[in-house]
Design a binder for this molecule. Structure first.
Ligand SMILES: [Zn+2]
Ligand SMILES: [Zn+2]
Length: 437
């Protein structure tokens, strides 16, 4: 049987369909905005607890791979909140836990880092670091506090959660001590992204140049890859008055320093950001002896993995050519650190409306990508991720110091905002992907 579809009945059908779609959307929107209001109220009522928690972490900072107390506090809190499958000792002091919703759906992860820096606190605040020469100068005290706040709020909403949230508390983001493994790569190696494996991961970092209330983000590359190299130039030692009898490693090194900069200026596409920095140069031991060895140490930063690979091979070509021309030789010990922090554009696209709803369009900022690095990028190599920046600065209150400085502090109003935004981001992600597991 074939139905006859006149334009009039088609129009009526479309109108009915549209009205049912729009009423459906209204119901969903209303439910979402009610849920959002409940999260906002819950986050507000957590304010004193969030501030107290952040101050406790701030007063007891621990260096990378030494986060014994912090991770104990985190695990105790997660047990008290009632999360499932709490694992400690993942990648040394890492902690993971699951929050299982009652509705079917995918798994999403959220990560906070927990370590502090070897910096002396100079701020005269009631929550001043109690540990000499150690300070939460990168805001990881806030990151950990916010993730605990999110866990607490969402633990009361299990009936509305489509799927599972995996909470990851990571040590050693700033890099493990020499000779130790640590940070995101070790957590991944020890299974933090398996059983269950999340289909996406979110994280945030405080940003003092962004005012409290604002969220900054990048789609695509957000932060640079960060590699470390040590070059040793070998020459031949001889009396300083007879250089022609030796091979002057200092002259060769000087040429290498200049030539390495031409990779940036003359060989890599000028629209691609690249930094080759030699931060340390050492060689020679007396004014009248030709040096037989010079060590150059530095870092390479890029926003593109292809440029990263090219830069490394061009460095070898350059060093090879110059040292050969002088009869010298070289070794380069090149170790790859964090990859490019790459925010999957489709994930950013679907998440932005949520963030916009919570903080408002005027509070969304999209700065240029940064040449600093972040080891969240290791997680993003395994699953798509979105790493955004939480505004914590407040010019009116004089909170402007950059991270990694002795003066760094943050506006604690950002804690509540961070909890609100991340809670909604996770729930909305699970809602959007509820059909896929
Ligand atoms: Zn840092
Ligand atoms: Zn940091």
């Amino acid at each position: 049987m074939r139905r006859i579809f006149t334009p009039i009945c088609a129009a009526l059908l479309l109108a009915a369909l549209l009205s049912s779609v729009s009423s459906q959307r209204m119901i969903t929107d209303n439910a979402n905005s009610l849920r959002e209001q409940r999260i906002a109220q819950a986050a507000e009522s957590l304010r004193p607890q969030l501030i107290a928690q952040r101050r406790d972490f701030h007063m007891h900072p621990e260096l990378s791979n030494r986060e014994e107390r912090t991770s104990r506090v985190v695990a105790e809190r997660l047990r008290a909140i009632g999360l499932e499958d709490i694992k400690t000792g993942v990648g040394r002091y890492g902690v993971t836990a699951l929050l299982k919703g009652t509705k079917p759906g995918p798994v999403v992860a959220v990560r906070a880092d927990m370590d502090a820096l070897p910096i002396q606190e100079v701020n005269d605040v009631p929550y001043k670091s109690l540990v000499p020469n150690v300070k939460h100068a990168c805001g990881h005290d806030a990151h950990t506090t916010i993730e605990l706040g999110v866990a607490e709020i969402l633990s009361h909403m299990r009936d509305e959660i489509h799927g599972t949230i995996k909470f990851i508390f990571q040590p050693a983001e700033e890099g493990p001590p020499l000779g130790e493994e640590g940070g995101a790569p070790l957590m991944i190696k020890e299974g933090a992204l398996e059983n269950p494996r999340p289909s996406a991961i979110f994280g945030l970092h405080v940003m003092p140049v962004v005012e409290v209330g604002q969220i900054a983000y990048n789609s695509g590359p957000a932060m640079a890859s960060s590699d470390h190299f040590i070059i040793t130039i070998h020459g031949k030692k001889v009396h300083g008055a007879y250089p022609h009898d030796g091979i002057d490693a200092i002259v060769v090194a000087a040429e290498c320093v200049t030539a390495l900069q031409t990779i940036r200026s003359r060989r890599i596409d000028t629209t691609e950001p690249l930094v080759i920095t030699i931060g340390s140069i050492q060689g020679g031991n007396r004014f009248n002896i030709i040096a037989d060895e010079v060590k150059l140490e530095g870092t390479v930063r890029t926003l593109n993995e292809d440029v990263r690979k090219k830069a490394q091979s061009m460095m070898r070509e350059t060093l090879d050519g110059i040292t050969k021309a002088y009869g010298a030789s070289y070794e380069m010990n090149y170790s790859e650190g964090a990859a490019v922090t790459y925010n999957e554009p489709s994930l950013v696209e679907e998440t932005l409306p949520t963030i916009r709803r919570i903080v408002g369009e005027k509070n969304m900022v999209s700065p240029k990508p940064q040449m600093g690095a972040e080891d969240f990028s290791y997680f993003q190599r395994v699953v798509p991720g979105f790493y955004y920046f939480l505004g914590v600065g407040n010019r009116a209150k004089g909170i402007t110091a950059q991270i990694h400085t002795p003066e760094f502090d943050l506006d604690e109003d950002s804690l509540v905002i961070g909890v609100k935004v991340m809670s909604n981001v996770l729930l909305d992600y699970l809602d959007h992907h509820a059909g896929s597991r």
